[in-house]
Write a protein that binds this ligand. Structure first.
Ligand code: SF4
Length: 397
């Protein structure tokens, strides 16, 4: 394995992250708007070969970079078999330089985890696992259309707890139709029992093209009331703060020093390569997006001989887009927008450029500013889409 040793030539190499999109799921959850497929297992071998080709093609340009994080997402990366996953990892290991401390994370579904998977994860160096648990309440899990129940979730978390991996994240969802505060509190407290270093607590959103969105419009399900959402959010703050987790991003909580390296790099707009259908890459301000269709992705990779053949979009991010993205990504983070950093990056004074918006948002207790930075208040975190739209309007004028 080409692993860099400290004080080797690593200083000459640029840091790079890799995201690998594995779009298969056992069944489709009604709230999910990711690029995912179920009941197409016969395509997995061809997909794996396409992915390996894409990984190799890109290595010609990026084999001088230093890979500081790899994230396997989806879909459900834990759904594919060990041989396929191993061959994908081998293609990275054999074609790129891996930093000796790279973060290697995988998203797993509780229904998939067993000893043999864990053995493989250890063998290939996976050092962070993110579990799509979503809830410890069986009624909520059923409503979310998950293929696991609370018992299965607890078993998989116990298995992880007794394994070599100590960097574990759990995903939980709140704001589910007819979810009660007590159900949410139960899930948060169950999470605490495991003493994991990281929690992602997402507010459910009803995205167009999902079954939940359709059901909502046809009044088959109902969004929780605003005050119920606020209560759940405040309870999350209270329970997690009291247990030494800090909220470093709108939906992400960690013990100090246990933040996700890969996600932080993404939120800080650092360079990353995305492999797999629908994945995006960001390299020095240029964004490339792969074709989303799984079948077309496989077909194209059979015929083409370079990564460009898989792109459905290539764009150089304009100054305006860069500013919008910078503001959105940084406001999501606890530290918020550091005025000096903004001023240097965009050659504009943040507090003057957005004077009117900041006044309105400050007056409504949605953001707070001091001499160094501007960041979301707790109320602002719940209304972040509105806040982002205000900045976007101003920048696009
Ligand atoms: S398992 Fe995850 S990726 Fe798959 S459908 Fe459900 S939420 Fe979406």
């Amino acid at each position: 394995m080409k692993i860099l040793k400290k004080n080797q030539i690593s200083g000459l190499r640029k840091d790079l992250s890799i995201y690998i999109h594995i779009p298969f799921c056992e069944k489709i959850c009604p709230y999910c708007d990711f690029n995912k497929y179920s009941k197409v297992d016969q395509l997995i071998p061809d997909f794996t070969q396409s992915l390996i080709k894409e990984i190799r093609w890109n290595s010609e340009e990026f084999n001088n970079s230093k890979i500081v994080s790899i994230s396997l997402g989806g879909g459900t990366p834990s759904y594919i078999n060990n041989e396929d996953l191993k061959s994908v990892f081998d293609s990275i290991k054999n074609n790129y330089y891996l930093d000796d401390k790279f973060e290697f994370s995988i998203e797993i579904n509780p229904a998939d985890l067993d000893d043999s998977k864990l053995e493989l994860y250890e063998e290939i160096g996976i050092n962070r696992v993110s579990v799509g648990g979503q809830s410890f309440d069986n009624k909520i899990l059923k409503r979310l259309g998950r293929n696991h129940d609370s018992e299965k979730l607890i078993k998989s978390l116990e298995l992880l707890s007794s394994s070599y991996i100590d960097n574990i994240n759990l995903d939980l969802i709140f704001g589910v139709p007819s979810q009660t505060l007590i159900q949410w509190e139960h899930s948060l407290k169950m999470f605490l029992n495991f003493s994991f270093p990281h929690l992602s607590a997402y507010l459910l959103t009803f995205e167009p093209k999902t079954k939940f969105y359709k059901d909502l419009n046809q009044k088959r399900i109902f969004e929780p009331e605003e005050n119920e959402i606020i209560d759940m959010f405040n309870l999350t703050l209270e329970i997690l703060n009291n247990n030494d987790y800090y909220q470093y991003e709108i939906s992400n909580w960690a013990k100090k020093g246990r933040e996700s390296i890969h996600n932080l790099r993404y939120w800080n707009s650092e360079n990353y390569l995305g492999f797999g259908p629908g994945s995006s890459s960001l390299i020095n301000g240029k964004r490339m997006k792969n074709i989303s269709s799984l079948k077309k992705y496989i077909q194209l990779s059979k015929n083409k001989v370079s990564p460009d053949g898989l792109y459905s979009e290539i764009s150089t991010i304009s100054e305006e887009e860069k500013m919008i993205e910078y503001i959105m990504l940084n406001l999501r983070l606890n530290k918020g927008i550091e005025h000096n950093d903004f001023n240097q990056k965009f050659n504009k004074i943040f507090i003057f450029k957005f004077k009117e918006i900041l006044k309105e948002l400050n007056n409504n207790f949605l953001v707070e500013s001091n001499s160094e930075s501007t960041f979301l208040t707790n109320k602002g975190k719940l209304l972040s889409d509105y806040i982002f739209s205000k900045f976007t309007e101003e920048i696009s004028l």
